[in-house]
Design a protein around this ligand. Structure first.
Ligand SMILES: Cc1ncc(C[n+]2csc(CCOP(=O)(O)OP(=O)(O)O)c2C)c(N)n1
Length: 249
């Protein structure tokens, strides 16, 4: 009997502690699978952040450095510059990356830092109880927008892929989702391409992953996947915003 589907070696044996229906666990498994496929397990340094995504180091079987809120790109800059042959990635939520850490990510891309960012967009501050983030959708009720996000008061949602793809140092930028098996396969392919872009020395790469937060959305796991399809993807179109092919510099 052969094993067709198993746990990646780049995940350790600690059980995930995420809420039921949260896609952080699935996303970490994809990242770990790609690291295994590229045979980079001993040569990867992950850079953790604050938020539910900050649990990443507990579950990943790779070297890790932990960062203050929003500051993972600054740490990853130092780690990658000192270890150019390592695969270095940050794993950041939307509160972390698109709010407190906005300057960090823009200038990491601007400097063309050769690491990859896995950006988990669940349109809310998950860990702290579901406050409004810059990525919260218009009309979305959160604990700090109980009547729904009002564009007049809070502006329009911030589109990180669109923004970063205008920056020269950013070489591969793609937005994916994890709402179905087909989407999950595409997400894995995107992560692999971003890691390859990094290891080719091309420049900065980021994969945005449209993700769930059933607890703070007040939805079941299935309703949450449906929300990705019906509300998030129309507001955050999927696709490649900055393309890179092997051989490009
Ligand atoms: C400097 C600082 N400000 C605020 C906090 C409190 N805090 C912890 S997690 C978090 C929200 C994280 O949300 P997000 O980045 O969207 O990640 P998620 O939990 O949704 O995965 C905040 C504001 C903190 N730890 N440090």
């Amino acid at each position: 009997m052969s094993v067709l589907y198993g746990k990646p070696e780049s995940l350790n044996d600690v059980p995930f502690t995420f809420c039921p229906g949260c896609t952080h666990g699935l996303t970490l498994k994809l990242v770990a699978s790609v690291i295994d496929e590229m045979d980079m397990g001993d040569d990867t340094i992950s850079v953790g952040c604050v938020g539910c995504g900050g649990y990443m180091p507990w579950f990943m079987n790779v070297d890790t450095i932990f960062s203050l809120h929003g500051r993972a790109p600054a740490n990853a800059t130092g780690v990658k510059r000192m270890n150019p042959d390592k695969l270095v990635f940050t794993y950041q939520g939307d509160g972390d990356l698109a709010s407190i850490g906005t300057a960090e990510i823009i200038h990491a891309a601007h400097r063309g830092e050769k690491f990859t960012t896995i950006f988990v967009n669940n349109t809310t501050y998950g860990m702290t109880g579901g406050q409004m983030a810059p990525t919260t959708l218009i009309g979305q009720k959160t604990t700090t927008s109980p009547y729904g996000r009002d564009a007049g008061l809070c502006g329009q949602p911030l589109h990180i892929c669109e923004l970063l793809s205008t920056i020269d140092g950013a070489k591969y930028i793609e937005r994916v989702a994890v709402d179905s098996p087909v989407s999950v396969r595409k997400a894995k392919k995107a992560i692999r391409k971003a890691f390859e872009c990094q290891m080719a020395g091309a420049g900065f790469s980021l994969i945005e992953i449209l993700s769930t937060c059933p607890t703070n959305w007040g939805m079941s796991p299935l309703e949450s996947l449906e929300r990705i399809r019906t509300e998030m993807i129309p507001a955050y179109p999927l696709g490649v915003f900055k393309d890179w092919e092997e051989g490009d510099k």
